[in-house]
Ligand binder design. Sequence first.
Ligand SMILES: [Zn+2]
Length: 181
Amino acid sequence: MALRPVLQFPDARLKEKSLPVEEVTDELRQLAADMIEVMYDEPGIGLAAPQVGEAVRLIVMDTEWTEEDGEKNPLVLLNPEILERAGTATSQEGCLSVPDFTADVERAERVRVRGTDLDGNEIVEDAEGLRSFCFQHEIDHLDGILFIDRISRLKRGMYVKKRKKALRLEEEEDGEAARAL
Ligand SMILES: [Zn+2]
């Protein structure tokens, strides 16, 4: 079966606020499994449900995994929330839903995150560095926020312009291919 496609900016569904998970159904377990598959396939170190078109508060992450190492240890977190933030730090971010772009983003250096796993156990984790930024980035997705919403208006504007041009070119190519039939 084909993997779920990752929605890309400027898809309006990426701007929606996701709803809390009320109950762990078979459908939700399947969604989490699908998301883990997509995350490793892309590859990425995190993915939020709205990125595959499901507006529910579910994220998956594996900040340790590398293609070379191959050891997989995915975290699935339902209804994640940030309880505490400390310090600030800047790091370069990218996103599977924001093609061909990275930028420096300022975020909390350390966070305490709480959520539940698929078996209903509460998980509380203190994260710092990359893992802290990843939690903040993925939880932002659940509120309809992309990392490009956290950079300067000027930089964002430049990216939006570039992205629109790329999409226009894609459309033109599709159009030409259709005429060539
Ligand atoms: Zn993202």
